[in-house]
Ligand binder design. Sequence first.
Ligand code: NAD
Length: 510
Amino acid sequence: MAHYIPENLPNRIQHYIDGEFVDSISGSTFDVLDPVSNQNYATAAAGQQEDIDRAVASAKRAFDFGPWPRMLPRARARVLHGIADAVEAQDSRLAELETFDTGLPITQALGQAQRAAENFRFFADLIVAQSDDTYKVPGRQVNYVNRKPKGVAGLITPWNTPFMLESWKLAPALASGCTVVLKPAEFTPLSASLWASIFEEAGLPKGVFNLVHGLGEQAGDALVKHPDVPLISFTGESSTGQTIFANCAVNLKGMSMELGGKSPAIVFADADLDAAIDSTLFGVFSLNGERCTAGSRILVERPIYAEFLERYAARAKNIIVGDPHDERTEVGALVHPEHYDKVMSYVEIGKSEGRLLAGGGRPDHLPDGNYVSPTVFADVAADARIFQEEIFGPVVAITPFDTDEEALELANGVRYGLAAYIWTQDLTRAHTFAQAVESGMVWLNSHNVRDLRTPFGGVKASGLGHEGGYRSIDFYTDQQAVHITIGDVHTARFGATAPDDAAPVVTANP
Ligand code: NAD
């Protein structure tokens, strides 16, 4: 298949501030590559401190004086449903741009575009149905919660499924009545620009949504440190999260952090093996393995280990790697040559740490572009780097175990704690294991399929705070407690007695 280039591809990607597309004040730009040819196809505005200042000023004006934070939930929800309609109406265009920019297989990019629309619908419905707490203290007080949007939200997102992950933050932030400045990942700035026209058409007031492109250490850093941005929602690597955490501390900002993962899939001997193999293949090789919740460590109980390896490796070798725009493609091109080099370096490390059963390098039929064959290592020890470190590519480490205790120790023996996938027919074992595993989310007999009401987030180095459903609304709002007196209040009457009438004060010797 010839390299597919979408029609009307922009060659200049700009910021969007206060309702206008603009360049950086300094005029600086950075190059954007497509991962199939690794050619520059566009330049994007590289935001600096002064561009962030402009965007934050616009968002702050819209927050302090504009209608958005003051609208009835129903009125905001109508706009959010309009956004969802617009995303759905152009899901194919969104998917083709996303695929071109990220290298994600087109069928999977389409699913992500639809999920982005669903995020807006979900939060539109949630704010209309939302209730807040009221407490009655008989004869004395009524207390109620006055929920208020926090202000200008700084949203910083990564390059894997960029549009969907942006929607994940934009939808609850806007639903809550916040105004926003979004700083998308520099590898994949293309689809973020589409939000501007989608929001304008849906009737989002000017200045509520602002977009600044640029490098993390410049635009991202300026957003994190800006005194008029009281909260930062960040998704990205754990090490970046640590830097942002420290920088937020100076202004005591609210933070939500969705970070890296090295999630285990644990397959017990009594599992439905057909389903487990389908699911654990999809769990690590979907989205090119560039997936925070990838089940990138598979722990298999010894009696089925040999059979599992044979069947798993045979299927991995069959996975179709190719042009991301081809609908048959199952694994596309990794996002960027820098990331490709990182993943390839782990493939090389793996060759001395495990037994290579499939893949192990670039597919022969794809001499150019960031392609990596689905790679399977068996017999990987718990202290191996490919067992411990997030690779974020189509590479899986498989390790045998003999007892439930050993499986739990292996599962928990990494710094991360995002997801876990447990495969067994034994109800007691499933729940005992699920409750003991150190992860923010657990799936029993399934890969990652998530209802939007459920909490999303990790423990340990995988994150701080949980988003999802009302938890996201809690993050973007303050819950002010208002206490109303309806009866007599006992008040000690300080100063009611004149000092001369008072008994002499006896003081102890100092
Ligand atoms: P990254 O941390 O390199 O970058 C993420 C974003 O942070 C980018 O927009 C980047 O420009 C910005 N950034 C970088 N340095 C910054 C700084 N000093 N101050 C402010 N912003 C800064 O991550 P990535 O490589 O883009 O994404 C991959 C990572 O994201 C993986 O670790 C993956 O597991 C994680 N991820 C986690 C989740 C989750 O929900 N837990 C979801 C998707 C991805």
